[in-house]
Design a protein around this ligand. Sequence first.
Ligand SMILES: [Zn+2]
Ligand SMILES: [Zn+2]
Length: 176
Amino acid sequence: MILLIAIDFRGDIDYLRDQIGTRFHSKVDVSINGLDPKPFLNPDRNQFNSTSIIQRLEKDAPSTASKVLAVTSLDLYIPILTFVFGEARLNGQCAVVSSYRLDNRSYGLPDNPSLLQERLLKESIHELGHTFGLIHCQNPDCVMKSSTYVEEIDFKSSRFCLACMDSCATALSRLK
Ligand SMILES: [Zn+2]
Ligand SMILES: [Zn+2]
């Protein structure tokens, strides 16, 4: 089972649940507001530390969940970067993803809910891919291609390339 934990998330969690369940051939459970983000706020930056969130998730994650993905609309950072779209423990159990920097409105552009949803799905699959041991891929269409800017997310697909799909299927089969 993959557990989705919504933390101050204002998007459509049911869409994510359905898509992730299909892509990873897994049962997906949803926990709404399953974690208080306040301890992870850096008041100087007005952002939330994604590494600390992952550490907390790892402490609290139920053993019944093979993977845990926290989904939030809060702005995430790691100390060496201005922001992150998400973060994952490579080959681990937990990951976090944020819609904040995926939202056109964060760039002064008109709201585009379907584009936002598609970007969030890509980054959710990308971070979950890391938890299945996948590293960044050079294939321009592959969802495991790394993205620094939101435009780069739009260039790639939400799919794994064949090589990444293969690695992910192997990792999934080890869970069952
Ligand atoms: Zn990545
Ligand atoms: Zn790939």
